[in-house]
Design a protein around this ligand. Sequence first.
Ligand SMILES: *Cc1c(COP(=O)(O)O)cnc(C)c1O
Length: 378
Amino acid sequence: MTANVTGEAKSSATGGEEWRGELRKRLKTAEELSRILKLTPEELLALRRGTRVPVALTPYYASLIRGSAPDYPLRRAVIPHCGELETSPEEVCDPLGEQQHTPIPDVVHTYSDRLLLLITARCAVYCRFCTRRRLFGRGARRGIDWWPRVLAYLRNHRQIREVILSGGDPLMLNDRLLQRLLRDLRSVPHVELLRLHTRIPAVLPSRVTPALAELLREHQPLWLIHHTVHPDELTPRFAAACSLLAERGIPMGNQTVLLKGINDEPQTMLQLMNGLVRLRVKPYYLHQCDLAPGTSHFRTSVESGIRLIRRMYGRTGSLAVPLFVVDPPGGGGKVPLMPDYVISRKDGVWQLTDHEGRPRVYCEKSSTSNLPDPPGAQ
Ligand SMILES: *Cc1c(COP(=O)(O)O)cnc(C)c1O
């Protein structure tokens, strides 16, 4: 296809596009935000100075934080704060080292079997903890030949089994454009799986129309990975969007960034993860907050993340426990971190602890069988 794949395509009469109207009505300035919140000096300072990450709130998300206190988690997730203006020494511009694995602009090939496409730099709502802030404020770099180059790269790399549409938010594209992209990707025979990473159902649920669900279904197997950060985002509107997708057979996962003061309490995290499982969404990743510039006020210790996961096991079904991952700078990919249940191991004897801290032993070999005699044996 030759269309401009930046999400800027202006669709006029595609029908039933309430969400486009909502995008036009987003709150972006201090003045607009003052209509729903009494902004604090820290928030006003950040809005006046300007932040690396744009500011935009859909009317829907604005309704969730209207009149809330300054420390309300959803408010902190989307309203800039002067903490964002500070860069701490450990923070880096490209925290995931993605630029080293970028054969074509906005294409990241870190794992040989998976290709990540930063399909647009736009989002419906901008998260204050965004890890891809390097995408903002740069000029257009993509030529009209970008998409043909992506497809050619894909055809020439037969080890790529899975294509992940990320960004930005791929659901910022209109249905027509999305349809063409997915169809082109599906035309590559070795692409087995498609995946779409999006925060839109949580911040602009009107985007999830029956037409969109049908479009995604046509390109199955296609997994949709939500991005939520707090149980208050699991509203009836979000639930309806999940239900629509689940009814069309779209398998769903979720990723969450661990954020100080937003979701780092075990009760909050349990509520979020249990709520997602009820909505037929499998919690997949819990991310340590990446070292993106201006995010230190959100960052918890790695140790506390591991402790949080340990507390979740045994308190809820394992289906609701995500994998805790840290993505160290340098670009090697994600590293899973698990609580350590091994006390010692020697000669096939494992000294373990269970989720309540009780000692347990597992022997790989024993001189005498610990099985009961089979029935009828003498
Ligand atoms: C996270 C990520 C993926 C997907 O990894 P999964 O573990 O399969 O979710 C692919 N490419 C890049 C560059 C990533 O950061």
